[in-house]
Structure formats: structure tokens, C-alpha cells
Design a protein around this ligand. Structure first.
Ligand code: DGJ
Length: 754
């Protein structure tokens, strides 16, 4: 029974095979009673029983009342893990006790009642408001279960007192059941983003702080805790993702009581948030992704992103980006020739990278001077853009709006716009500094410059770069920490440009893939996964970036044979076969490609165009590895009538032959034909297994076939019958793995037989 005017209810949200049961009783902040597999219909008695079953028994030498963990963990309850709020008012009001004042579910206010009630919804939004009259703080908590089964929550705290409230942190936490004892999150560095790492969740805190002022190549990205041994297709996992592009933290914590949470929020620098009377601070969305297996977890993110009205829906255009082709060597004749060659292959978008603006002949100067360089482009960008457009391609342009070179007119005119603290210039990185977009005049200047360029030229797409960490990123005049304001200003700038230029697409690039998060994805349409385009590396980076993003958002290019970042050489079939499962592009000086390579590229581009709808709307599946040198993954159409699978040979196996692989995700009761697709020449090491059913070839009279062709007759464009099997047999029994040279991809088309 509740004797206050506070809400007194349980809320059951269920969608996409997930249930979230919230306890909003007795004037207390919402606590999650259950987050995980759907529980079916619940009545009030069921919910009360669930809540009761969740109360911990007394233990030795702890507080005398059961500790109740709310989404904003509260220290006053006896919770001795990381608290949800860290802050104070000149040393006091640091341990708030909030009392709830209102509860709304899907916008409808729930009226307080003496007996706890149950509010049931499918996907839905819960808002709880609360107040601490002693600490003079107001609080709003939003908890949402999205139709994909993805959970997300955010908090806003308001200073209702008359003195400053200094907020040091505001983070949210979701409980994780005790059987989840293994952590998976991501690390990484430039050129090798999102490398998975696993460890046991032991007592203590596993905390990943992002202090780079950008998401970072090493961001935790999705921090999951699961049943030990969880894989793509099996094992429950509970993960969290902070949808923010500035400083942030993700953590998993296990207490001495065995209680476990995953959580996160923005990481606030000292003094960054000082709330005066009536001022508020809001967290970004903190996501909770449950799944039985990592694929199921990833599908919740993918389905959510794909359901957004702003999700790019038109066919993802084949792109050429000129960076690795010309770097800073901007020459109209060369760039025009590149456009001609690209258009001939079927490329649909041409992106002019770094180097087009004043003083930008290398990476020492020019950032901030967003005027077309008159020395290199005497007639502006019109000649190249007109040419690109006349070839039927869209035009895209590179910007790095948040940065400034000290060697620029802008820095000479406004040295006070450079972020700094302590009366000194921050350590340079890539010879550049950070432009303080938190200063309204600096923000207005950049908005005006970018609008002028976008207004003058026919530009469909911005490659938006961000090439350094924010170190000593203070804001004028006193050098107070300014990362929070800078991050929000960037968001505003993107939003405003999209408002001014409807249809404009933006790629989030940051020294490659250092800005991949759902905050930036609210206003961008693609990410550049990594500056490393070596397919062996990209097999891993693309695979794991897809834990958060669907393939259509991943910039995935075919580069020159020798990788510019690793120096390794790879066959075109490996480079193109790897790039195919993403938003395809080319990043290669086509003038140096042979006629044969150009011809094969055209076939790969055609293959991409024929399958991009399937690849970009289908369900991603990744088979659990039985041999680390073979990756099996693909896209299964929503109606499961077709699929495209990839066998990526990323090393030499210690056994030969490898044995069978399976194809998960198909309809067990339907029959499918599986056959290889040869876009380019099959690698010489490919030994067709019996199930390819390659038609018998006339026996050559000499050992080497005339013309040096293959004895089995396979070549680019070969069509072989393949094999017909049920989805069940393909998932349970599988097929013998074709033998192949390492570092190659075999593409398999799977079509339903009726
Ligand atoms: C870093 C990006 O990741 C590259 O693709 C390229 O745009 C360079 N910056 C340009 O400076």
C-alpha cells in the first residue's frame, strides 16, 4: 500500500521477444524487476510475485533493508556500487533521495492508487518524474522499449535550488542476472577498430572510459555480459551502448552480493556541468540490448536503425572516394579521368576528399579556411562537379568542420577560437587543433562557410571527418572544460545543415572509424569503418562493427592490390568479395588498374547492384566459428526466400579438408538451391566440392589445358547447378567447405525452390 500521492504501479513492456518489468511502487525510482526474454501475459498477481521473488534475503553485515536498485542507482538505499548521480552543492546534497511524483506510460498519466496496479504495454515509453526536496533536485527518467526489443533510457536532472549544483556524473544501469559471467566488449586503435575482447566478470567494476572527446577507435561500442561461451547464435547476452560521440563510459559491475549491472553515460570533465537555478542536464540515450546470441542482440540495433524515418532507404550508391587514389594531389585532369573510369564501371557517387580548400596542399595547413583553393581550382569546383554530374554520378565533398590548423587564416584571425586550457596551446595531433564550436561566433562562421559551399555547388554528400582527440579542450575565456558543449554543437551543426539542405547525406568519419555510435547515427547516413581497407583486417572490423550497425551503413571499399596501411597484397576477389557486404565503394587509382582488373571490377559492381537490396534489408547472420580461419556470414531476406552467404578464408586451417560448414537463418521447412557465384576468376586454389555439381569437362589431351585455363572449366561468370537442400539440412548438417587458397572469399547464392 502506498500512503503518498506518488505513483504506485508496475509496468510491463514487451516487444520483439523481450520483456521489461518495472517496479514504480511506493514513491521510489523505477527498478527493473526483469529485463530479458519475453514473459508472456502477466497479471497483477504475477507481477507482484515476480517483484517479491526478486527481493534479496538478508545477508551478514549489510544494511537492514533490502537494497533496491533503480535505473538511476541510489547510494542512500545501501547500494555500494557505482551511484547513478555524482554531484554536490558546495559539498552537500551529494546523496539525493528522489521521490516520484508522476508516471506516464505512452503519454497517459497513471493516477496514484492505494494498491499497486499493473500497466501493460507492448513497445512503449515510460516517463517518471521525481524530486528531492532536500537536495533541491528534480529528475525525469525516460525508459523506452522499442519495437525491436531494444531498451533505452535517459535521465534529466534539474537544479531547483538557488545555488549552483555541480554535476560530476549521471549514469544509468540495467541489472544483469547472475548466470551472465562473461564480458565481451571492444578495443581498437587507428586502422584496427572494434577488436573484440573477452574476460570474466568478477567482483569489481570493468569500466571503459572514453576520454578522447570523440567516440574513439577503442570505444567499448557494445559492452555485453553473457552466459559463458555465448556466440553469434547461442547464449543469452545483455549489453549496453551509450549513444554519444563525446566523452563517455560503459561499465559492467559485480558486487560482493552477486548483484550485477551494465551501465553507462556521458563522462563529464571537472566543472563541465554547473547547473544554476532551473538549469537541467540530460544524459544521452543509454541502450540495453538483450539477445539469445550476439546475432539476436545485433538485430535489435539493426531493426531499430532501419525503422527510423531518416534511415537511408534508396539504393546505396556505389561510391568512389579519391583519397587513396590522389591524396593531396588535386589535379583537374587526373580527377576528371578518374571520374570517367569510375563512371564506366557503374560507379554512382564520386567523393572529393581532403585537399580542395585554401592552403591545404598537405596536412600542415588550411583547416578552417573553407574556401575553394584558387591556386588548384581556379574555376572553383564547378569543372569537376559538372563533369561528375554529366556522367550521371552524385558528388560528395570532404569537410573537417570541428578542426583548425594554426597555419590558417581563421586561426590567425581568431586564435581565441582554438580550444585550450592553462594558457597554453594543446599538444598538436596531425598538426591540428580543435575549433571551439561552443563559441557561438565560431559555430556561426563554420555554418555560414559550409552553407555557402553547399549552396553554391550541387553536393549530395559530405564526408565529415574528425582527425584528432580532444586534449586540453578548454573553452574561452577561462579554459573551462568544453567537450560536452563541443559535442552538442557538432550535433546542432549537422542537424542544421540537414535542415537547410534536405536530402544531404553525411558520412561519419573520424581518422577512419573513430566516431561510430548511435548519437552520431541520429544525424549521419554512413560510417567510414576504418582507414585500413586491407580485406583481411576488414573481415574482422566489418564483422564486429555490425554488432551495432547494419551493413548498409558501413563504408566498405575496394582498394588497390597492395594495402596502403598494411603493405599486404590481396587478390581482387578477396578485396571485392569482402567489400560487397556493406555500402560498396572504390578507393583506388583506377588509372593504375589493369584492363582485366577493371573488367572484373565492373562485374563485382554489377553483382552488388543486383544484390544490394537483399544485403541492405536482409537479416545478418554469422555462423559460429568451428575453425577460426573460416568465417561464414551473410544476409537472409526478410521473407527467407533468398540469401547471399560469404565464406571468407582468413587463414590456413590446421586441417585439410576443413569439413562441413552450416548455413543458419533459413526456413527449416523450405528447400533451397545453393550455388557459388563467380564474379571474378575463381582462385587457383579453389577445388570445387562434389555439391557444386560442376558439369564434366572434356578431358584435355595435355595436362595443362590450352590457354592455361582451369581443368575444371570454372571461370568468371561460370554458372554451376549447386545443390538443393532444405533449410533444416543446411543449418544442421551443412556442406563440405570448398578448398581455397587463404585470403579469398567464395560467394554463395541461396534461392528458394518452389
Ligand atoms: C582520415 C580519413 O579517415 C581518410 O579517409 C581521409 O579522409 C583523411 N582523413 C583525409 O585527411
Amino acid at each position: 500500500m502506498s500512503d503518498t500521492a506518488s505513483p504506485h504501479a508496475y509496468v510491463h513492456l514487451t516487444a520483439g521477444g523481450v520483456s521489461v518489468v518495472l517496479d514504480v511502487t511506493g514513491g521510489r525510482l523505477p527498478a527493473i524487476v526483469h529485463w530479458g526474454a519475453a514473459l508472456g501475459d502477466l497479471n497483477v498477481a504475477d507481477t507482484l510475485a515476480l517483484a517479491q521473488a526478486n527481493i534479496e534475503p538478508p545477508a551478514g553485515n549489510v544494511v537492514d533493508l533490502p537494497v533496491r536498485l533503480s535505473i538511476l542507482p541510489e547510494h542512500h538505499t545501501g547500494w555500494v556500487g557505482k551511484p547513478g548521480i555524482a554531484g554536490h552543492r558546495d559539498g552537500v546534497d551529494w546523496s539525493p533521495l528522489f521521490t516520484t511524483t508522476a508516471l506516464t506510460v505512452d503519454g497517459a498519466e497513471h493516477r496514484p492508487s492505494p494498491d499497486a496496479e499493473l500497466v501493460s504495454a507492448g513497445a512503449g515509453t515510460v516517463r517518471v518524474t521525481a524530486h528531492d526536496a532536500v537536495a533541491d533536485l528534480g529528475l525525469t527518467l525516460d525508459v523506452e522499449l522499442l519495437p525491436s526489443g531494444l531498451l533505452r533510457a535517459r535521465a534529466e536532472v534539474t537544479n531547483t535550488g538557488s545555488s549552483f549544483y555541480v554535476l560530476d556524473g549521471l549514469q544509468l544501469a540495467f541489472p544483469v542476472p547472475p548466470q551472465a559471467r562473461e564480458i565481451l566488449d571492444f578495443a581498437g586503435r587507428w586502422g584496427k577498430e572494434r577488436t573484440p575482447q573477452r574476460r570474466e566478470l568478477t567482483v569489481g567494476i570493468h569500466e571503459r572510459e572514453g576520454r578522447k572527446g570523440r567516440t574513439g577507435p577503442d570505444a567499448a561500442t557494445v559492452l555485453s555480459v553473457g552466459v559463458p561461451g555465448f556466440g553469434f547464435g547461442r547464449g543469452e547476452v545483455w549489453g549496453t551502448h551509450v549513444g554519444f560521440s563525446g566523452n563517455h563510459r560503459h561499465y559492467a559491475e559485480r558486487l560482493f552480493t552477486g548483484f550485477q549491472v551494465v551501465g553507462g553515460g556521458e563522462l563529464l570533465l571537472p566543472g563541465e556541468i554547473r547547473l544554476s537555478d532551473g538549469e537541467s542536464y540530460g544524459t544521452p540515450w543509454i541502450y540495453g540490448a538483450y539477445g539469445d546470441g550476439l546475432d539476436a542482440q545485433a538485430h535489435r540495433f539493426h531493426d531499430h536503425l532501419r525503422s527510423r524515418p531518416t534511415h537511408p532507404r534508396r539504393a546505396r550508391p556505389v561510391t568512389i572516394n579519391v583519397w587513396e587514389a590522389v591524396y593531396f594531389d588535386h589535379d583537374l585532369a587526373r580527377l576528371t579521368d578518374l571520374a570517367d573510369r569510375a563512371a564506366k564501371l557503374g560507379v554512382e557517387r564520386y567523393v572529393l576528399d581532403d585537399g580542395w580548400f585554401r592552403y591545404r596542399r598537405n596536412d600542415l595547413a588550411g583547416l578552417g579556411d573553407w574556401h575553394v583553393d584558387e591556386t588548384v581550382w581556379p574555376n572553383g569546383l564547378h569543372p569537376i562537379i559538372d563533369h561528375v554530374r554529366s556522367l550521371g554520378m552524385e558528388f560528395g565533398l570532404w569537410f573537417e568542420p570541428e578542426m583548425i590548423n594554426l597555419d590558417s587564416d581563421l586561426a590567425r584571425e581568431h586564435p581565441e577560437w582554438v580550444m585550450a586550457t592553462g594558457g597554453r596551446t594543446p599538444v598538436p595531433s596531425r598538426n591540428q587543433q580543435v575549433l571551439n564550436l561552443g563559441i557561438p561566433e565560431a559555430y556561426d562562421h563554420i555554418l555560414e562557410r559550409m552553407s555557402a559551399i553547399l549552396g553554391e555547388y550541387d553536393i549530395a554528400y559530405i564526408k565529415w571527418d574528425h582527425n584528432r582527440d580532444l586534449i586540453d579542450a578548454g573553452t574561452a575565456p577561462h579554459g573551462r572544460a568544453g567537450v560536452h558543449d563541443q559535442t552538442l554543437a557538432t550535433y546542432r551543426l549537422m542537424d542544421e545543415l540537414k535542415r537547410r539542405f534536405p536530402g544531404l547525406e553525411i558520412e561519419s568519419c573520424s581518422s577512419g572509424g573513430a566516431r561510430v555510435d548511435l548519437g552520431i547515427l541520429e544525424r549521419t547516413d554512413r560510417v567510414w569503418v576504418s582507414d585500413c581497407i586491407d580485406p583481411l583486417e576488414r573481415q574482422q572490423m566489418n564483422r564486429w562493427t555490425m554488432q551495432l550497425l547494419p551493413p548498409e551503413l558501413l563504408g566498405s571499399h575496394i582498394a588497390s592490390g597492395t594495402s596502403h596501411t598494411t603493405g599486404r597484397y590481396h587478390r581482387l576477389s578477396f578485396r571485392a568479395g569482402t567489400a560487397l557486404y556493406g555500402h560498396l565503394g572504390i578507393e583506388w587509382d583506377l588509372a593504375t588498374a589493369t584492363d582485366d582488373e577493371n573488367a572484373q571490377l565492373a562485374v563485382w559492381i554489377d553483382l552488388y547492384k543486383r544484390h544490394r537490396e537483399l544485403l541492405h534489408t536482409g537479416t545478418m547472420v554469422r555462423a559460429d566459428e568451428f575453425d577460426p580461419t573460416l568465417l561464414v556470414y551473410g544476409a537472409v531476406a526478410g521473407d527467407r526466400a533468398e540469401a547471399l552467404f560469404f565464406l571468407a578464408y582468413v587463414g590456413r586451417s590446421d586441417v585439410s579438408p576443413r569439413g562441413r560448414f552450416t548455413l543458419p537463418g533459413l526456413d527449416p521447412d523450405r528447400r533451397y538451391r545453393v550455388r557459388p557465384v563467380f564474379a571474378g576468376e575463381p582462385d587457383e586454389g579453389l577445388k570445387p566440392p562434389a555439391w557444386f555439381n560442376v558439369p564434366p569437362q572434356p578431358q584435355p589431351t595435355v595436362t595443362t589445358p590450352p590457354g592455361g585455363g582451369r581443368a575444371d572449366g570454372l571461370s568468371a561468370g561460370s554458372e554451376v547447378p549447386g545443390v538443393s537442400m532444405t533449410g533444416r539440412a543446411l543449418a544442421v548438417v551443412g556442406l563440405q567447405t570448398p578448398a581455397s587458397f587463404p585470403d579469398d572469399v567464395v560467394v554463395l547464392s541461396v534461392t528458394e525452390e518452389t
